[in-house]
Ligand binder design. Structure first.
Ligand code: AGP
Length: 608
């Protein structure tokens, strides 16, 4: 979605803001803009396109300042145009703001203000907020913002400056993420904490219904009635180097390569004496664990597929009654959610609106809720209160890669821990799996060494019309994720099916231009999957097989084979996903796609 950056301090504000906006670009990037307040005047530059275009325009205009606000836009209301780009200024030129979210009653406010003679200039919902502020502002910013929060409905992170208050940046949040930071005479705010890492690690994640005033000296917080409150800062444990691409051409490739370390870090501190131990994070008793008869996994996109993999893994570990639900559906179904439900919400960003709303619903119904997220301090982490943090570090590529492996690692440990608490995990199974998990980083490194081979394979298939991904049992969840990766970044149609389901319809689509990627690990379902490969071959579909090292028979069916290291059967998704990520990456590269920022997508989806 949109990205926001605000700065006040001794540096050139436009430089800090442009730098921060560039770090937000992956969130949304059809247009961008920046405004500063100087000598009782609001000055701004806006443009269609990327932050680099904005930077050139800012330099050409000679825009400078000590405080300012900036925005990268991902259009929701109103087309992509310079006029609709943020920041927006009130007609009386006294207020400027940037906004992330949606103001639901914008039309009604606009109509009302137009009747009072205020002229609107854009098609955006945001303009209703800035015009309203201009209308009610009488020299007291807090009072005006309090009035605004009472007038507007919807989701918003607003960052506001007033023409006569060059030393103050004001923010208000409801529903859309915003983080505030401070360090030695400098104040910041941003949608994403990674934009602040270079300047400060001392941050406050804003809560819903909260207003902040940022000056060089301090950050102050108020509720929507304007009453001040104390708020403890958090210390960010990421470091600035993690947000650089290093020598890699794309963040996605860098993040794919980080996966051996990510798995190792996720295991760290969660294994004791050869067994799983999550007691540092979860103060659960065996009685509680037995009480949660139903387990609901709720997530979106890649995080959802991680939960699908987890469900297959966990069903082999204990007697679990698991549902894996897409968050946007979970809220609107009439499922039994009660105190016997353990609801696990998985979100890389911790800001996905669908997942957040689903968590609120489950909490209100009395379910025990747990979050698995990559961002400590994110909204879902703070709201749910009990979390397992995946230490994958910031993920910048829009297509999730390393966070998927971190999530399946954390979920596997969670499944084992629950089974152990319930007394259902035999000690030998626990030792076998822990030892296999500890071998995973080494196996992932072996897979990464096959990068060239996968690149060549991708070159052969980059012109395909589309792809099917098939797998049975534990091979099905990584097939889902492989297809998602490919469609997200290469814009090719890719669909995953349980291999046995192909004959019930999808097989009608197969022909020589539609390759099938078959995940066929050497396990008890190998023969059945091979039958499905043969069915596809009979329809002349080229086959790419993901087979287990040492499986020589597979060569009878296709020359296009990527071999994956053998592992314990339950852990197959770990070794399957890296070749599929690399395959998607190289197909997209071959096709000249914008890999880190694929069209129409945003890293953090904060609207429903
Ligand atoms: C994954 O490649 C996608 N960018 C997307 O499906 C993502 O996984 C989904 O939007 C969920 O995001 P979250 O994990 O931050 O909640």
């Amino acid at each position: 979605m949109c990205g926001i950056m605000g700065y006040i301090g001794h540096r050139e504000a436009t430089n800090v803001i442009l730098d921060g906006l560039a770090k937000h670009e992956y969130r949304g990037y059809d247009s961008a803009g920046i405004a500063v307040v100087k000598d009782n005047e609001i000055l701004e530059v806006r443009t269609i396109g990327r932050v680099s275009v904005l930077a050139a325009k800012v330099a050409a205009a000679g825009l400078t300042g000590e405080a300012g606000i900036g925005h990268t836009r991902w259009a929701t209301h109103g087309g992509v145009s310079e006029t609709n780009a943020h920041p927006h200024i009130s007609s009386d030129k006294r207020v400027v703001l940037v906004h992330n979210g949606i103001i639901e009653n914008a039309r009604e406010i606009r109509k009302d203000l137009e009747l009072r003679g205020i002229k609107f200039h854009t098609e955006t919902d945001t303009e209703s907020a800035v015009q309203y502020l201009g209308y009610v502002y009488n020299g007291d910013p807090k009072e005006a913002i309090v009035k605004l929060t009472k007038r507007i409905r919807g989701a918003f992170a607003l960052v506001i400056m007033f023409y006569d208050r060059p030393g103050e940046i004001w923010t208000a949040r409801k529903g859309s993420p915003l983080v505030v930071g401070h360090a030695n005479g400098e104040g910041f705010c941003a949608s994403d904490p990674t934009a602040l890492l270079e300047y400060t690690r001392v941050v406050w994640f804003m809560d819903d219904d909260e207003i902040a005033r940022i000056t060089r000296e301090r950050c102050e917080f108020f509720d929507f009635a304007g009453v001040p409150h104390n708020k403890e800062p958090m210390h960010l444990d990421w470091d600035a180097a993690m947000t650089s691409r290093g020598e890699y051409p794309h963040f996605m490739l860098k993040e794919i390569h980080e996966q051996p370390d990510v798995v190792a870090h996720t295991l760290l501190g969660r294994i004791a004496g050869g067994g799983v131990d999550l007691s540092r994070e979860l103060s659960w008793t065996p009685e509680e664990a037995k009480k949660w008869r139903k387990i609901h996994f709720v997530a979106c996109g890649t995080s959802h597929y991680a939960t699908v993999a987890a469900a297959y893994i966990m069903e082999n570990l204990g007697k679990f009654d698991i549902r894996t639900e897409v968050a946007s559906e979970y809220r609107y179904r009439n499922m039994t959610i009660d105190s016997e439900t353990l609801a696990v919400f998985v979100s890389q960003s911790g800001e996905t609106a669908d997942t957040l709303h689903a968590a609120r619903l489950a909490k209100s119904r009395g379910a025990k809720c747990l979050v698995i997220t990559n961002v400590r301090g994110s909204t879902i982490d703070r709201e749910v209160g009990e979390s397992i943090i995946t230490p994958a570090g910031p993920e910048i590529g829009v297509a999730a890669t390393k966070t998927f492996t971190a999530q399946i690692t954390a979920l596997t440990l969670l499944g084992m821990y629950l089974a152990k608490l319930r007394g259902e995990l035999p000690e030998d199974s626990e030792r076998r799996l822990i030892s296999a998990l500890m071998d995973i980083p080494g196996k992932l490194s072996l897979l990464l060494a096959k990068e060239k081979e996968i690149e060549e394979l991708a070159r052969d298939f980059a012109d395909a019309r589309g792809f099917f991904f098939i797998g049975r049992g534990i091979a099905y969840p990584p097939a889902l994720e492989g297809a998602l990766k490919l469609k997200e970044i290469s814009y090719l149609h890719a669909e995953a099916y349980p291999a046995g389901e192909m004959k019930h319809g999808p097989i009608a689509l197969l022909d020589k231009e539609l390759p099938v990627v078959a995940l066929v690990p050497k396990n008890s379902l190998w023969e059945k999957t091979v039958s499905n490969i043969e069915e596809s071959m009979a329809r002349r579909s080229p086959i790419i097989a993901l087979a287990t090292e040492g499986d020589n028979e597979i060569k009878q069916y296709t020359d296009h084979v990527i071999f994956t290291p053998a592992t314990e059967p339950e852990l197959y998704p770990f070794v399957a996903v890296i070749p599929l990520q690399l395959f998607a990456y190289y197909i997209a590269r071959q096709r000249g796609c914008d890999i880190d920022m694929p069209r129409n997508l945003a890293k953090s989806v904060t609207v429903e």
